[in-house]
Design a protein around this ligand. Structure first.
Ligand code: NDP
Length: 477
């Protein structure tokens, strides 16, 4: 038999993707560097569909119908290059290599360019949803040529998650690295969402005085409203979980040092290169990093904090509602920042990314799936050239309604000494964007003073310099 698609790299993600293809009626060739994984897949799941097990690269390639569709699902970085080097010489013009790993989009651009010379389509593809998503339907973000999407699109649509309205959560994001870029920003937004949820939790606990179980209930209630999302849902599950060994809330027995694999950090690094202010995502990455500095934290534990009292029971309930407002407003801001980064990447690399369809394919399957994304899609559909999500009338109105509570929550957090880097950065971004005048004018004056860097005026064209060391007259630069 000849397989319609092949998957090499059969750890959790690759194995489940291969099973997903097979369960959807495709004949799937499977291959892994270590043959044991291939055998295990055949033994455990071979009955689920039509699999062709291949032990060698040559057999694997020979098992595929042409043009070949070969999915690589191995560790990102050098392993991906090693696998490409192994397979590319065995392929022919028109064949497609789909890299579903978490590659850096710059690597994807490099690989796409090199393989294009050989006539091979390299399709850098973001896949989100973890192992469950890979099996039951992930959100899929393929880049690469439009031609490759003609061939792959229908298969990807079949195995992808479906949004509530039935639309497959996959679209051709754009050429070369566009898919992996969008996946990167997805993960950056995921970091921000998780940080904001974490801050809401800590405020409910340390300011309002609720227990983890009570906070789980609050999150469950929130999950029936506009915050309805996978992350809020699992947050309630984690918070209500009790550790079997100690009988304590699970969150109280887990070390409070967050780890990261790097996609959030990339989002911030690239945003710095592109000059896009993603302060909320950056704070989320820094918050994880700060949490990991155990020694520094231990050495700082004796530092002075405010004397503040917890809220009364009736105050606490009102406060919880305000935290919901603050969380929602901050969430709008972090998505605003993330979509700004995608728009900037799209401009920089000529990807022509449709922001509305990015929001649409995140509605199902992926970690940040949420009812909220329907609204973002609607905002971009109504106005594809929307300068910012905050320019959308609905979002602007919602923030207008939330902002008093948002500010009050931050006042309470400050009084109580609860760190809220995500909420605070979001509000600072909002206030900076809407400000009539920013102190950037003063910054320009300082730069001109010490470095003759020149400035522009509000009332005349041109660049100017003030003779700060002389008679302070102004000259045209
Ligand atoms: P891992 O990232 O743990 O990678 C293990 C796989 O890579 C194994 O099949 C392994 O083969 C193979 N591999 C490693 N080095 C080489 C090499 N030099 N040559 C050939 N094969 C090699 O597996 P996951 O399933 O967790 O993830 C796969 C990809 O999907 C990664 O890029 C990951 O970032 C991405 N991803 C993961 C998600 C997740 O939730 N886990 C979510 C979305 C994307 P062997 O068995 O021989 O060691």
């Amino acid at each position: 038999t000849s397989a319609q698609i092949g998957v090499t790299g059969l750890a959790v993600m690759g194995r489940n993707l291969a099973r997903n293809f097979a369960r959807n009626g495709y004949a799937v060739a499977v291959h892994n560097r270590t043959v044991g994984r291939t055998k295990a897949l055949m033994e455990e799941f071979g009955h689920e569909g039509e699999f062709v097990a291949a032990e060698t690269a040559k057999d694997f390639v020979a098992a595929l119908e042409r043009p070949r569709r070969l999915v690589i699902m191995v560790k990102a970085g050098e392993p991906t290059d090693a696998v490409i080097e192994e397979f590319a010489p065995l392929l022919e013009p028109g064949d497609m290599i789909i890299d579903g790993g978490n590659a850096h989009f710059a690597d994807t651009r490099r690989r796409e360019r090199a393989l294009r010379e050989q006539g091979i389509h390299f399709v850098g593809t973001g896949v989100s949803g973890g192992e469950e998503g890979a099996l039951h339907g992930p959100s899929i973000m393929p880049g690469g040529s439009a031609e490759s999407y003609d061939s792959l699109g229908p298969m990807l649509e079949k195995i992808s998650a479906k949004a509530k309205d039935g639309t497959p959560c996959v679209t051709h994001v754009g050429p070369d690295g566009a898919g992996h870029f969008v996946k990167m920003v997805h993960n950056g937004i995921e970091y921000a969402d998780m940080q904001l949820i974490g801050e809401a939790y800590q405020l409910l606990r340390d300011v309002a005085g609720y227990s983890p179980a009570q906070i789980a209930d609050i999150f469950r209630t929130w999950n029936t409203g506009r915050l309805d999302s996978y992350l809020i849902e699992i947050t309630a599950e984690v918070l209500s979980h009790v550790d079997a060994a100690t009988g304590k809330p699970f969150v109280d027995v887990v070390q409070d040092q967050a780890e990261q694999k790097g996609t959030g950090r990339w989002t911030v690094q690239i945003a710095l290169d592109l000059g896009v202010p993603v302060s909320g995502i950056a704070e989320a990455v820094f918050a994880r990093s700060l949490s990991g500095h155990a020694d520094l934290r231990a050495a700082s534990r004796g530092l002075a904090g405010p004397k503040a009292k917890k809220l009364s029971e009736s105050e606490a309930a009102a406060f919880a509602d305000k935290v919901e407002q603050a969380l929602y407003a901050s969430k709008i801001v972090s998505y605003t920042q993330g979509f700004h980064e995608i728009a900037a990447g799209s401009d920089e690399y000529d990807w022509n990314i449709d922001l509305g369809s990015v929001a649409a394919i995140w509605r199902g399957g992926c970690i940040i799936r949420a009812a909220f994304l329907d609204r973002i899609r609607a905002a971009y559909d109504a106005r594809p050239d929307l300068p910012s999500l905050l320019s959308d009338d609905t979002f602007a109105q919602e923030i207008a309604d939330a902002q008093d509570d948002w500010r009050e929550v931050l006042v309470a957090a400050t009084r109580q000494g609860v760190p809220t880097p995500g909420f605070s950065a979001a509000l600072a971004y909002y206030d900076a964007l809407r400000a009539e005048r920013l102190p950037a004018a003063l910054t320009q004056g300082q730069r001109d003073f010490f470095g003759a860097h020149t400035y522009r005026r509000t009332d005349r064209e041109g660049s100017f310099h003030t003779l700060w060391g002389g008679d302070r007259s102004e000259v045209e630069a």
